[in-house]
Design a protein around this ligand. Structure first.
Ligand code: ZN
Length: 79
């Protein structure tokens, strides 16, 4: 698994109000922070990506979220 700490490259800002877990937004600058392991993964990952606990797994432009209730949606801006 790729293990880059995205926080070293990006600043992340929570999206307010928090989006509905049943209808999470996606986009190139939208990232999901796993509430269980705190790993940040892009919502449209083009390279293989996953969080440490397996809640978020993706690649090829699609992200699979096992438990959307345990996700915090954030917007990423390059530092
Ligand atoms: Zn996780």
């Amino acid at each position: 698994m790729l293990n880059i700490d995205m926080r070293k490259i990006y600043n992340f800002y929570p999206i307010e109000p928090a989006p509905d877990a049943a209808n999470l937004p996606t986009g190139g600058d939208i990232y999901y922070e796993c509430a269980d392991c705190q790993v940040v993964v892009n919502s449209v990952p083009f390279i293989k990506a996953a969080c440490a606990c397996g809640n978020l797994t993706g690649g090829g432009g699609n992200l699979t979220v096992k438990n959307p209730e345990r996700v915090r949606v954030v917007r990423g801006k390059l530092k």
